[in-house]
Design a protein around this ligand. Sequence first.
Ligand SMILES: Cc1cc2nc3c(=O)[nH]c(=O)nc-3n(C[C@H](O)[C@H](O)[C@H](O)COP(=O)(O)OP(=O)(O)OC[C@H]3O[C@@H](n4cnc5c(N)ncnc54)[C@H](O)[C@@H]3O)c2cc1C
Length: 533
Amino acid sequence: MSPRILTVPLSRRGLLGGGAALLAGCAHKPSPMRLAPGLPGSPVAPVTGPSVGYQGPVPVRAHERLWDVEKAMAGPTGLQSAPLVIVGGGLSGLALAWRLRDLKPVLIEHESRVGGHSQGQDWDGLAFSVGAAYFAQAPAGSLLSREFYRPLGLHRAWRVAGPEDTVMQGGKAVASFWEGTTDPAAAPDFTRVADHFRQVSEEAYPDMPPGEWQVLNSEQLAALDRQSFREALVAATGPLHPHVEALLQYYCYSSLGGTLDEISAAAGYNFYCAEMEGNCTLPGGNSRVAERLLAELLASGVDVRTERTVVRVRLGDNAVAVTVAGGEQPLVINADRVVMACPKFACARVVYDLPVEQAEAMRRIKYRAYLVANVLIDAPGPSETMGMYLLDPPSDGFTDFVVAEWAAGGHPSRSVLTLYRALPTDGGRASVFDDASFEVQRAAFMAQVQPLMSSLGIGGAPIYDLRIQRWGHALPLAARGLVADGTLALARRPVDGRVFFCNQDDWALPALETCLVRALEVEAEVRERIAAR
Ligand SMILES: Cc1cc2nc3c(=O)[nH]c(=O)nc-3n(C[C@H](O)[C@H](O)[C@H](O)COP(=O)(O)OP(=O)(O)OC[C@H]3O[C@@H](n4cnc5c(N)ncnc54)[C@H](O)[C@@H]3O)c2cc1C
């Protein structure tokens, strides 16, 4: 649920070495940041009644358009031109469009709402996430704070949580996990690993995308990336205590979509070291970031078009022809430049002039599916808990949860628990593709929800709805070796100085920070090409 990275180790060092002062100003009760309702294409959908079936993207619609382009383009076709087209209105596309708003880009989004995996819903004023929930702390002065969070005013609305160290075991919340409270006799087995994470943070943090403060050189980063997270941990700290192994395994499932043995050590450290620092949460999770960006784009006159799918991108002599299905009529936009801010599996299908080896690199990136359930409860929730991991979930169960209203400082009469269940195997997507799987999944969530509510002291409170969001291609898998063997660098390489790539899968790291850092990098690439013309 909570992939987070610190992309600028300066921030990390600031936090570890006396950064508390920097953060003190952030630990306030947030002021509500509510936008005018009805923002067209808003990533936050209102709850209008109990749900029926899965929420989220309808897989068939995308497949129909992308797999049968001729059918999607039947009928008369409109023609337009634009200096820049951005394909995909997830956080990467939105952030990039905002950075390049002076170029008046056209942003095309397949779904009816922008936000991609950072969307939310609003239950009469209680906003909750249906995907990404929070991000790493960013002290004032750090790159992302300067370039995004403060200009967007996000720092006025977020609530900062300290390092979350409480887990649930046997239905009980157990604090200070890394001190060994679940097995005091073996406490050194816990503290040794925690110390190791701290040391990596301070001395060898694998900053990805590499920033100006990268401490590892490219060979060191590649060496780390060739190992699995488990291999690197065991080599550094010895055999993992079963509780440590369980926590890190479920963390890898939930945040990175794979197992400790699949995930690259570079990706594992990148995420988990930041995890030990704490984070920022907004009401509605990261959908609030998307909402702020959308509001800014609309105010700047950027052309945001939802419910349209880019089905073909072709390099011509004078322009890049972007073929768009959906809307009143199919359309071809002749663009000077195009940024593909959608996942690489879509790029490999849509961008016709990709070098063969680049298309192959894109196809080597795997994506794992995900279910997120939101339990809407007609009673106040646990006021002190932001969320936690479960050490002993059932095999078909959720591994962690967050309390949605925590970010807004609580709610007087309602609560929403957001439950995270990644499907960390290649077959996971097929198991939920069919709509008929909904009832089975709902029953599995419900079986775990009642005991969880009792553990949180709200057992028996009335449940208004349990809404399940289905994500088919949720998390790009940070499999070992993708950085070291150049797969990701090749997949994100611009084509002909006219087609660029900007997405979380550029580094196979599913986090807000990847999107924002890539937006800065691609902004620079695009401006450089324009200046060179
Ligand atoms: C369950 C879950 C929990 C998560 N939790 C967190 C978290 O707590 N913190 C965090 O930082 N990150 C989290 N993440 C990762 C999250 O995905 C990223 O932070 C971020 O939202 C990715 O944005 P993106 O724009 O790169 O990609 P996406 O969100 O995938 O956006 C791509 C967009 O492109 C659109 N698109 C695709 N093809 C086309 C086409 N042909 N034409 C037009 N549009 C197209 C899609 O509809 C989509 O809107 C989570 C992810 C999931 C699934």
